[in-house]
Design a protein around this ligand. Structure first.
Ligand code: UDP
Length: 225
C-alpha cells in the first residue's frame, strides 16, 4: 500500500488542496494494444521484478479515485510516459542517459535485447507544460490522462541517433533483455489534446541535442584538468 500517497491524500482532504498524482505508463505493463489509451487496463505481471513499481502505482491511482469519490478530494491523475532531458541523473540507468554517457565516452552502447523494443521519448519541457496544463484544468478533469510524446522509436534507432549526434566511436553491444521489459510503448494522447489542449512540440533530435549538450558540459566539468 503506497502510504506516502495516503498521507498526502489525507493532507489534501484536510487543506482542500488539489492532488496531482504523477502516475506512469508502467500502469499498462507489457501492453498488448498499441498505442496505449487510458481505457486500456494493462497487462502487468503482479509478481515480477517490476511489479513493486507497477502495482504500487496502480494501487496509488485506486486510492486517489477512492479519496475523490468518498471525500471529494480534487484529484489530477496523469500517466507520464518516458521523459528525458538535461538533469537526468547519470546513475539513473535510463536509456537516454546511459546511451549519451556511453557515446560521449566512446564506451560500448549497451542495448538490452536486440533493440527492436520501442519507446516514445518526451522532452522534459513538454512534460512540464503538460503537468501545468493539467493543474490549470477544470475540477471535473480528474484523469487519468496520458502525457507523453507519441513519436515512437526502436531502442536501436535511439542508439543510432545519439551516436550520430555525438559523432561517437562507440560500438553497439547486445545484452540480456530485462524481465518483463515492455516491448512496445506509445501513448495515445487524444485525451490530453482534447481536455488540456496540450501536445509535445520538441522533436527527438532537438531534445537529444540539448540533453547531450548538458551531459557534455557536466562531463567536461568532471574531468580533471
Ligand atoms: N535500455 C537499453 N539499454 C540501456 C538502458 C535501457 O537497451 O542501457 C532499454 C530497456 O531495456 C528498455 C528501454 O531501453 O527497453 C527503455 O528503458 P528505460 O529504463 O529508460 O525505461 P523503461 O523501461 O522504464 O521504459
Amino acid at each position: 500500500m503506497p502510504m506516502g500517497t495516503v498521507n498526502l491524500l489525507r493532507l489534501a482532504r484536510e487543506t482542500g488542496a488539489t492532488f496531482l498524482q504523477a502516475s506512469t505508463s508502467e500502469i499498462y505493463g507489457d501492453a498488448q494494444v498499441q498505442p496505449q489509451s487510458e481505457t486500456y487496463y494493462g497487462h502487468v505481471n503482479p509478481i515480477g521484478p517490476r511489479a513493486c513499481y507497477d502495482e504500487g502505482k496502480r494501487c496509488a491511482e485506486t486510492i486517489c479515485f477512492d479519496y475523490h469519490r468518498q471525500y471529494g478530494v480534487r484529484i489530477k491523475v496523469v500517466r507520464i510516459f518516458n521523459t528525458y532531458g538535461p538533469r537526468l541523473s547519470p546513475a539513473d540507468g535510463r536509456v537516454a542517459s546511459n546511451f549519451i554517457l556511453q557515446a560521449l565516452r566512446d564506451k560500448p552502447i549497451t542495448i538490452y535485447g536486440d533493440g527492436s523494443q520501442t519507446r516514445s521519448l518526451c522532452y522534459v519541457d513538454d512534460m512540464i507544460g503538460g503537468l501545468a496544463a493539467m493543474m490549470d484544468s477544470n475540477d471535473d478533469v480528474t484523469g487519468p490522462i496520458n502525457l507523453g510524446n507519441p513519436d515512437e522509436h526502436t531502442i536501436r534507432e535511439i542508439a543510432d541517433l545519439i551516436m550520430s549526434i555525438t559523432d561517437s566511436k562507440s560500438k553497439i553491444t547486445f545484452g540480456p533483455v530485462p524481465e518483463d521489459d515492455p516491448q512496445k510503448r506509445r501513448p495515445d494522447i487524444s485525451l490530453a489534446i482534447e481536455k488540456l489542449n496540450w501536445r509535445p512540440t520538441v522533436e527527438l533530435e532537438t531534445g537529444l541535442a540539448r540533453t547531450i549538450g548538458y551531459f557534455r558540459r557536466q562531463f567536461s566539468m568532471d574531468m580533471p584538468g
